[in-house]
Design a protein. Structure first.
Length: 358
């Protein structure tokens, strides 16, 4: 399928810029006024009001992760040199040295200014208000491959070899809860309502568990979804819930996407809907906020917009050698994508009618 075969056009290019190297990560500020982007050369740039500002000029060592704190006051990046840098209102206030570890995962607590970041087989938790390390969490079995806080900020999940460990943030010294997986957890995410925890795995499965039995230490049989063509690279939850009261779960494997919808009967688990259009490996998927509109992108250079996570409604282009990452504006009115050749493109929703968000 190509874009000329589609009738609807709900997004159009709003801004484009080219960075010096491959875009590794992008993040929107909570108020939606700023996009932070990092690249393989070590640059950190900000898009604001249609213009680009360089926060850091790279030295050739990749910066691989970027995130704004929940209140928008702090911006953190981490990368190949092992440093985590934190800016407060765009003034550098902290440089945390972790060499020779490569920091490629970080995430802010959604309800406080606590930053979790990976350092090999450990996750450090740093408090931006006190500027102190609060905890060092040992994953032990492998390098950390995923970090995600629950929406209430009370629990931190860490994924890697043989599963997911979940820490209670009220007492970091307590033993973590364990979600055993007989493989490697490559991608983890709490649902946006905090009711479910999902893990995309190396053995071509997805594991989903209800969070309340998990954190109560009860034995609860997880749902396990199988039949994928390759390892699960990305997972994403919708904000909106279906008539069953559960959000949609999307996952990508090779060039395919599957959207999962929970059934009313728990014994029936989750029903799969296969979304096919991409012709190369998918690098990122994300639901628009407060919508069932799903965006996906990858090495084919297409950003596909899936109406209600069912059918392609529009294809966006602009990165000839493929896109590496994407991110939605907090209101879903803008979508940013980063390309393999340094492209930073922002598309804007065309304001007319209701659109196809669903």
């Amino acid at each position: 399928m190509n874009s000329s075969a589609l009738q609807s056009k709900e997004f159009e290019e709003y801004f484009s810029h080219t960075l010096s190297d491959y875009v590794t990560a992008i993040a929107w500020s909570p108020d939606g006024t700023t996009v932070a982007a990092t690249n393989a050369a070590g640059d950190v740039v900000l898009w604001q009001n249609g213009s680009i500002t360089t926060l850091q000029t790279g030295n050739g060592e990749s910066v691989d992760c970027v995130a704004f704190s929940g209140d928008g006051q702090y911006l953190a990046v981490g990368g190949q040199d092992g440093r985590v840098k934190v800016w407060q209102n765009y003034e550098l206030i902290a440089t945390l040295e972790n060499s020779p570890a490569w920091v490629d995962r970080l995430a802010w607590n959604p309800t406080s200014n606590q930053l979790a970041f990976s350092t090999g087989r450990q996750v450090q938790v740093w408090d931006a208000d006190t500027r102190e390390i609060l905890a060092g969490l040992n994953f032990e079995s492998s390098s950390v491959l995923g970090i995600d806080w629950r929406c209430d900020g009370q629990y931190l999940a860490i994924g890697g070899y043989q599963g997911v460990k979940v820490w209670n943030c009220q007492n970091w010294n307590d033993e973590p809860y364990i979600l055993d997986i007989p493989s490697v957890s490559l991608a983890i995410a709490w649902s946006t309502d905090g009711k479910f925890l999902a893990s995309g795995n190396m053995d071509r499965t997805i594991t989903v568990v209800e969070s309340q039995p998990l954190i109560r230490g009860e034995i609860s049989e997880p749902w396990v979804m199988r039949g994928f063509p390759g390892k699960i690279r990305q997972i994403a939850w919708s904000d909106l819930t279906t008539k069953q009261g559960a959000p949609l779960l999307a996952c990508s494997s090779v060039e395919g996407i599957v959207a999962w919808e929970k059934q009313a009967d728990d014994s029936l688990g989750w029903e799969a809907r296969v979304l096919t259009n991409h012709v190369d490996v998918i690098s990122a998927i994300a639901f628009a906020p407060k919508s069932l509109l799903l965006a996906s992108t990858g090495a084919d250079g297409w950003v596909c917009l899936w109406k209600k996570a069912k059918q392609v409604a529009q294809i966006l282009t602009g990165a000839s050698d493929g896109f590496s990452c994407l991110g939605w504006h907090p209101q879903g009115t803008l979508l940013a994508g980063g390309g393999e050749n340094g492209e930073l493109i922002i598309w804007s929703k065309i304001t007319r009618g209701q659109g196809f968000g669903g």
